[in-house]
Design a protein around this ligand. Structure first.
Ligand SMILES: C[S@@+](CC[C@H](N)C(=O)[O-])C[C@H]1O[C@@H](n2cnc3c(N)ncnc32)[C@H](O)[C@@H]1O
Ligand SMILES: [Zn+2]
Length: 274
């Protein structure tokens, strides 16, 4: 299914590498993922989320705080694919694989690919899916802006809180294929922001510049959670963009908290490729 990121020819697995017919060769890591990130213009060690962010997100998500979102997203994806026999799904910017693994469990007949720019995130994905014995999911280190998949090969792309590429999603999706984008709704984590900021603000909608897609569905899912330990609060903070833009003094307000109630509010938008 993967194509060579250098020449675009099909990659074929053999033992612990994948090779194209032009001799470009990529290692398959011991836990099963493949690194298809070309290094031109970037330092792969610094690409995407760092190991600390991956660990924070993974510890937080594994507690189930965002499970209602995973359930709803899987339900929407299933309905869009409408019984298709062996649909190909890409989770673009899959992070450490919490949702990817959830989709793989819920859509047993689907062939699922998770890609992310961060090697530590993808390594975690691969380990998680092995542990869960998931046979219908594969992971690669790659960019959403240079997807290692053939044109018109994919039935559905899902992107949660990750960069969106109009051009690559248009190239890779089949005609009539679906794009599902999950993003924070206006009052997502308002309780957390009320602790951090004297004047908390609501999130603004994202503009994706999706020229080749028509919106067909939009759902908001909102609920309240109580984080029951300081560790969970710190992990949530570390997986948000606020972690990097909040002054230290405001961030330290979280240190004394042992519990925090906050809204979780997500927007799930579905588009069809024109
Ligand atoms: C906020 S996290 C969301 C991860 C996951 N979808 C989730 O909801 O748990 C954003 C992810 O996008 C990845 N990312 C950033 N730029 C990317 C790109 N150009 N291509 C693919 N992934 C990218 C980061 O490494 C990170 O894992
Ligand atoms: Zn090649």
């Amino acid at each position: 299914m993967y194509i060579c990121p250098v020449c675009g020819k099909n990659l074929k697995p053999s033992k612990n590498v994948c090779r194209c017919r032009n001799g470009h060769c990529f290692d398959i890591a011991r836990n099963g993922y493949i690194n298809l990130l070309t290094t031109k213009g970037r330092n792969p060690k610094k690409a995407g989320d760092n190991p600390l962010m991956v660990k924070a997100r993974s510890s937080f998500l594994d507690k189930g705080y965002y499970r209602p979102l995973a359930v709803k997203a899987a339900e929407i994806i299933k309905a869009l694919l409408n019984g298709k026999e062996q649909p190909v799904i890409i989770d673009s910017g899959c992070g450490e694989g919490y949702y990817t693994s959830f989709y793989a469990c819920e859509l047993k007949n689907a062939e699922i690919y998770g890609i992310d720019l961060s090697k530590s995130a993808v390594s975690h994905c691969a380990a998680r899916s092995r542990q869960n014995g998931l046979a219908n999911v594969s992971f690669a280190v790659a960019s959403a802006f240079e997807l290692p998949f053939r044109a018109l090969s994919t039935d559905l792309i899902v992107s949660a809180f990750a960069p969106v590429s109009n051009d690559e999603y248009t190239r890779v999706l089949k005609k009539g294929g679906f794009l599902v984008i999950i993003s924070p709704a206006a009052r997502h984590l308002y309780g957390l922001k009320s602790v951090l900021y004297d004047e908390p603000y609501e999130n603004r909608p994202n503009a994706y510049g999706l020229r080749k897609f028509a919106k067909i569905q939009e759902e908001e899912i909102t609920y309240s959670v109580t984080l029951s330990s300081n560790e969970d609060i710190r992990n949530l903070f570390a997986m948000t963009p606020y972690f990097y833009k909040t002054p230290e003094e405001s961030g330290s307000r979280l240190e004394a908290l042992e519990a925090l109630e906050t809204e979780c509010s997500f927007l799930i938008e579905a588009y069809r490729k024109k």
